[in-house]
Design a protein around this ligand. Structure first.
Ligand SMILES: Cc1cc2nc3c(=O)[nH]c(=O)nc-3n(C[C@H](O)[C@H](O)[C@H](O)COP(=O)(O)OP(=O)(O)OC[C@H]3O[C@@H](n4cnc5c(N)ncnc54)[C@H](O)[C@@H]3O)c2cc1C
Length: 342
């Protein structure tokens, strides 16, 4: 199994679409079912509160990305869908045709699910360059003998770190730091674990002890585009990060891409013409995606608070967790309870 960017949190909204593909048993056997989201004070090594997730149906789970890709590929195989992994498409023409293995392919619908640096996006919109969001993220994995099935959000001024367990005794780590610029060439590279440790050196013992175990780490500049104005043109459509990249602070980028794919298929299936199906797809998805992106941006601000604002926010979280333990889930009901299969 190769590393495809390590861990992925699949929330109930994304899980509903995946389960409907008939791969629910494989998913249950592969993921770690989350019991809670636990905001932590990274400086004091203190649990602020705990938001229970155990009532979520379908469950909120943690996966290794490569394992999820593998399940989807096997699902395609079982459904007689040909999937060609590892193929590089160098150009897509404006009519949606492209060269593959030396032959010109002209599909009825070409879907650009080619991520943040999508070339297909530029065929249906005026091309734009992604902008740096002022945040960088280190991604790493360590071995662990702790099996607490929770996502911990370690909050510190100007930084935060998210940890959660993956199968085979691994702990997934995403550590984010605010930076004024991204000067490096390219948008990700391997980094010295010492730089990661240095960025969190003033944190409490728990963060330091987790980061002390990191042997290899990748550093990503977090880039975004505005949400694409057009998600389709002629027989071309875009979805996921190609249409609407989001900061990873609500764990929704992949979930939204999965929802997009489901809705796109449904809309094209139900419509009389392709154009009607594609218009209906964009209409159904846009407002929800914009709301999720704004919520992720807000989390970025709240996780990184400084000084008195930070103390007040942590006290507020603690009080909310005690007085209304269900508040976290009710606030995110619009996100997690959404059912694209309904
Ligand atoms: C640190 C971090 C943590 C995250 N955690 C979560 C999380 O827990 N939950 C969540 O929902 N989201 C998370 N996200 C967001 C999530 O990773 C993305 O939103 C999601 O992967 C987008 O999926 P996509 O299919 O649109 O694009 P991608 O996952 O980027 O996939 C695009 C694919 O297209 C391929 N491609 C591109 N160009 C070509 C070409 N010319 N020819 C052939 N192939 C090509 C690429 O190789 C790639 O495989 C996280 C993001 C980051 C940075």
């Amino acid at each position: 199994m190769t590393e495809v960017g390590a861990g992925l949190q699949i929330t109930p909204n994304g899980a509903r679409a995946l389960n409907d593909l008939g791969i629910d048993r494989a998913l249950a056997a592969t993921g770690v079912t989350a019991e809670a989201v636990v905001p932590m004070d990274a400086m004091a090594s203190r649990e602020i509160t705990r938001f229970d997730l155990s009532s979520q149906t379908p469950p909120y789970r943690f996966y290794h990305r490569a394992a999820l890709v593998d399940i989807l590929a096997r699902g395609c195989d079982a459904a007689d869908v040909t999937i060609k992994l590892g193929a590089q498409i160098s150009t897509v023409n404006s009519d949606g045709s492209f060269a593959l293995d030396g032959a010109l392919v002209r599909p009825a619908l070409t879907i650009g699910a080619d991520g943040l640096h999508s070339v297909v996006r530029g065929l249906v919109n005026t091309p734009t360059k992604p902008f740096f969001t002022g945040q960088v993220a280190w991604r790493a994995m360590i071995k662990t003998d702790k099996h607490d099935p929770v996502a911990r959000i370690w909050m510190a001024p100007g930084r935060h770190m998210v940890t959660y367990p993956l199968p085979d005794n691994r702990l997934n780590i995403v550590a984010v730091q605010q930076r004024s610029q991204w000067a490096d060439e390219g948008w990700h590279h391997s980094d010295d674990p010492g730089n990661l440790r240095m960025a969190f050196a003033d944190c409490g013992w728990e963060v330091k002890s987790i980061l002390g175990e990191v042997e290899t780490v990748n550093l990503w500049g977090l880039f975004r585009h505005p949400v694409a104005v057009k998600w389709h043109a002629g027989s071309i459509a875009i979805l996921g990060d190609a249409a609407h990249p989001t900061l990873p602070f609500l764990a929704q980028g992949a979930n939204l891409a999965i929802e997009d794919a489901y809705v796109l298929a449904l809309c094209c299936d139900e419509a009389v013409t392709l154009d009607e199906g594609l218009r209906s797809y964009q209409n159904k998805r846009r407002a929800r995606v914009v709301r999720a992106i704004e919520a992720a941006n807000k989390n970025a601000r709240n996780y990184h608070l400084h000084g008195a604002k930070r103390l007040v926010a942590h006290a507020g979280l603690k009080a909310m967790g005690k007085a209304v333990p269900t508040a976290f889930l009710s606030r995110l009901g619009w996100l997690y309870d959404h059912d694209v299969t309904a």
